[in-house]
Design a binder for this molecule. Structure first.
Ligand SMILES: Cc1cc2nc3c(=O)[nH]c(=O)nc-3n(C[C@H](O)[C@H](O)[C@H](O)COP(=O)(O)OP(=O)(O)OC[C@H]3O[C@@H](n4cnc5c(N)ncnc54)[C@H](O)[C@@H]3O)c2cc1C
Ligand SMILES: O=C([O-])C1=[NH+]CCC1
Length: 338
């Protein structure tokens, strides 16, 4: 019986664990054991503080073709949940979004425009409305409809789905990955430790991308506005005002200067925010990497699959990356290398 361990209980660890478990459970031919081993669980993972907006963001040099494939899989997964009775429990909501760019090179990331619903470029007049009073002008904007899936609800929903199918959960910090792979009883280990991989693997391509956001009470906002330029802000129901992305900054404390940049900055897009009550501020460290790492390595008779470095897109990519984790595992098994 394949005995699989997934390290990490963030969106990527949980998605990978469910994908593997549900494949075997639905197949019904081979009993399997899947265990999520993690130091921390929801609500204390990086995703829990995020708004969970679908949208490729801060992915370093990860190939567009892979981002397209992975993010499309997640969009289809969210569509399925949205059209099911689970949408409320899973925190999935369809919402209109405007994404703005000051780039003089290309328009808003349009390699994924056919994944979302009704993507339309903003007209010059529409852009002008958002450019009022701005020194650095937006050069393009995309209006479309997509999903948010708030990890603070999505993760408990997915964890319940995992344990209901017989998944096992162990709270433990892995300090020596080599020893764990060599000495544990698992045939396959899937490493979804996020920024933890920096120390676990001595991966110097990994670095924190510090993200501070403010949550406000604004139940009149039902759409997202995201300025993807370097010092851009964003407003995402419900409602997250963002947000910083400071590379190699490991400070997890709330910084008041950042808070001012966030709150004042967001009011430039939606002045009505001036009258909202701030609920709390939050800081998370995105698992930045020169490019997302999703690949396997053999360790003797065992398989170690890496799935980490999702930057600002872990929620957007998790279901698609989990597809590839499963495909790698099945290929290794069919090659009877397990
Ligand atoms: C402010 C902010 C806003 C964001 N907004 C969005 C958004 O709207 N949309 C989007 O797609 N993404 C967003 N993100 C990015 C997203 O949150 C991350 O990409 C995603 O959470 C990464 O998930 P992960 O599972 O890879 O890692 P993590 O969530 O960091 O989980 C890693 C897991 O591994 C465990 N772990 C680590 N080391 C060890 C160890 N040695 N032993 C055992 N367990 C270990 C941890 O306890 C944790 O459970 C945002 C991030 C921030 C900070
Ligand atoms: O990482 C982040 O802050 C975000 N990712 C997608 C929208 C905002």
């Amino acid at each position: 019986m394949p005995n699989i361990a997934v390290i990490g209980a963030g969106v990527n660890g949980v998605a990978s664990a469910i994908k593997i478990l549900e494949h075997y459970v639905n197949d019904g031919k081979t009993p399997i054991k899947v265990t999520i081993i993690s130091e921390d669980f929801t609500p204390n993972t990086t995703g829990d503080g995020s708004a969970g907006l679908w949208g490729p963001y801060l992915l370093g040099g990860t190939s567009q073709a892979k981002v397209y494939k992975w993010s499309k899989s997640m969009h289809q997964f969210l569509e399925k949940i949205w059209l099911s009775e689970d949408a409320g429990e899973a925190g999935v909501c369809l919402l209109p979004c405007i994404r703005l760019s000051t780039s003089t090179v290309d328009t808003v990331e349009d390699f994924w425009r056919d994944i979302v619903y009704g993507a339309v470029d903003l007209s010059k007049e529409q852009l002008a409305a958002y450019n009022k009073g701005r020194s650095v002008k937006f050069t393009s904007g995309l209006s479309f409809v997509t999903y948010t899936s708030e990890p603070i609800k999505l993760l408990p929903y997915l964890m319940k789905r995992f344990t209901r199918n017989g998944g096992v959960v162990v709270r433990k910090r892995i300090t020596d990955l080599d020893a764990f792979v060599a000495d544990s009883e698992y045939d396959v280990i899937v490493n979804c430790s996020g920024l933890g991989s920096k120390t676990l693997l001595n991966d110097d391509q990994m670095y924190a991308v510090r993200g501070q956001v403010s949550r406000v009470r604004a139940n009149w906002i039902f759409s997202a506005v995201l300025d993807e330029s370097d010092d851009g802000n964003y407003i995402i129901p419900n409602v997250v005002l963002g947000g910083t992305h400071q590379e190699r900054d490991y400070n997890t404390k709330v910084c008041q200067n950042d808070r001012r940049m966030i709150v004042d900055g967001c009011q430039r897009y939606i002045p009505g925010l001036e009258h909202t009550e701030c609920l709390f501020d939050w800081v998370g460290l995105r698992p930045g990497r020169t490019q997302l790492r999703l690949e396997a390595e053999r360790r003797g008779r065992k398989l170690l699959i890496h799935n980490y470095g999702h930057g600002g897109s872990g929620v957007t990519l998790c279901w698609g990356c989990a597809d590839d984790v499963l495909n790698i595992l099945l290929a290794a098994k069919n090659g009877s290398k397990l």
